[in-house]
Design a protein around this ligand. Structure first.
Ligand code: AMP
Ligand code: GLY
Length: 420
């Protein structure tokens, strides 16, 4: 089987890494891929933009690609699936309408209401004054969400009315035309990524991301500084409830609307004393969640993703998992999520991988035979162990072998797993 992975982050490296482990996969093209996928056996990076659908389609035809896996939300929300399907190419990832589940917070909120899934009370606004009046009535803390893809920067959790009202003004000034204002939820977050073929839903192991830059979950929001799986906050009974009360009704509602959603349905949930509320949906694999989840998956990834694309997930055997704990620590550039420098020489990856651990590249590039930093999140280091204590010890030993100027990472990834 020949596959093509769209994207260039740690998530796409993890997907490609898992795909090429299968003897059934003879070729994995990565568009554009990164310094990590460049070094994988059977993998080839192709320097095309993720938005160059015509180029990707031609590449698929020239290489007889059997399945395209779209990693990031941007090409999905621009309709990569519609484009390739029209050319008879199979894609894992929802079409442009389905991708609105992530691309439009107001669309997603309306869908949640229609599906009857538990979520925060909220309202959608197109007028700043009305939104500000609503906030004054509701009081703080309160959450403001931009209606549109904002690379993780569109959500403001405001602790005062003034902060929320300023956020409203700023987001409208930035050009967003719609905002969602919603109730602040307390609890512990969990990411539940499910594979779906538009009818059947198969959740992956639950994962917990660490979104803030600082230890103890302080400071600015980031794309994710580390993650672990399976998250003990979501044991089997809770996963069953999430499947029955959130994932399944959501897919049924999409279907009722005529949306053929074949890809990942990612539910970001707040758990509080066993009660769940949905914070957001994403239309793709999580990053860094994927870097912790896929090392535990034993089922060949290409088989189950193809089953989704061909809408025969109900016939597919149950997913098989290693009974182990997995922890991924993100190494970032100094300054991230604000401004940071690039092109710092990275050393020690080989030594880290002796630990044993696997090093996923998120923002790296090869230049004149040297591996250089090329992004805010640079690497994701994952280790698995019999317990979280083991996995955490292993992962940090590996992390310490790696060096680049300005290397920053959180030292407390997995702290909540230890508490449970
Ligand atoms: P979202 O992109 O909607 O997941 O929001 C990003 C982050 O903001 C989430 O991971 C939460 O940490 C936080 N957040 C979003 N909505 C809420 C809410 N209603 N209450 C509390 N925190 C929230
Ligand atoms: N880890 C958060 C996300 O993928 O959106």
């Amino acid at each position: 089987m020949k596959v093509l992975v769209v994207g260039n982050g740690g998530r796409e490296h993890a997907i490609a890494w898992k795909l090429v482990q299968s003897p059934q996969v003879s070729l994995c093209l990565c568009v554009p891929g990164n310094g990590g996928t460049a070094n994988l056996a059977k993998c080839e990076n192709i320097s095309l933009s993720v938005e160059d659908f015509a180029g990707i389609s031609e590449l698929c035809k020239d290489n007889q690609v059997d399945l395209v896996i779209a990693g990031p939300e941007v090409p999905l929300s621009l309709g990569i699936t519609n484009y390739l399907q029209a050319e008879n190419i199979k894609v894992f990832g929802p079409d442009q309408v389905g991708a609105q589940i992530e691309a439009s917070k107001s669309w997603a909120k309306a869908l949640m209401d229609e599906a009857g899934v538990p979520t925060a009370l909220g309202e959608t606004f197109t007028d700043a004054k009305l939104a500000q009046e609503y906030i004054a009535q509701q009081g703080a803390p309160i959450v403001v969400k931009a209606d549109g893809l904002a690379a993780g920067k569109g959500v403001i959790v405001a602790s005062t009315v003034e902060e929320a009202q300023n956020a409203i003004a700023e987001l409208f000034e930035l050009g967003f035309e719609k905002l969602v204002v919603e109730e602040f939820l307390v609890g512990e977050e969990v990411s539940v990524l499910a594979l779906t073929d538009g009818i059947t839903v198969r959740p992956l192991l639950p994962a917990q991301d660490h979104k803030r830059i600082g230890e103890g979950d302080t400071g600015n929001n980031t794309g994710g500084m580390g993650v672990y799986a399976p998250a003990p906050i979501a044991p089997t009974e809770l996963m069953e409830k999430i499947t029955q009360e959130v994932l399944q009704p959501t897919v049924e509602t999409l279907r009722k609307r005529g949306i053929d959603y074949r890809g990942v349905l990612y539910a970001g949930l707040m758990v509080n004393e066993g009660k769940i509320k949905i914070l957001e949906y994403n239309c793709r694999f999580g990053d860094p969640e994927t870097q912790a989840i896929l090392p535990l998956l034993e089922t060949p990834l290409e088989e189950v993703l193809l089953a989704c694309a061909e809408q025969r997930l109900s016939e597919f055997p149950p997913l098989q998992w290693k009974v182990a704990s997995s922890v991924c620590v993100v190494l970032a550039s100094a300054g991230y999520p604000g401004a940071y420098e690039k092109e710092k020489v990275i050393t020690g990856i080989h030594q880290a991988e002796q630990q044993p651990a696997v090093v996923f590249h998120a923002g790296t590039k090869m230049q004149s035979g040297q591996l250089l930093t090329d992004g805010g999140r640079v690497l994701g280091v994952t280790a698995t162990g019999g317990t979280f204590t083991d996995a955490i010890a292993q992962v940090y030993q590996a992390v310490e072998k790696i060096d680049f100027e300005g290397k920053y990472y959180r030292r407390d990834i997995g702290h909540r797993a230890l508490k449970h």
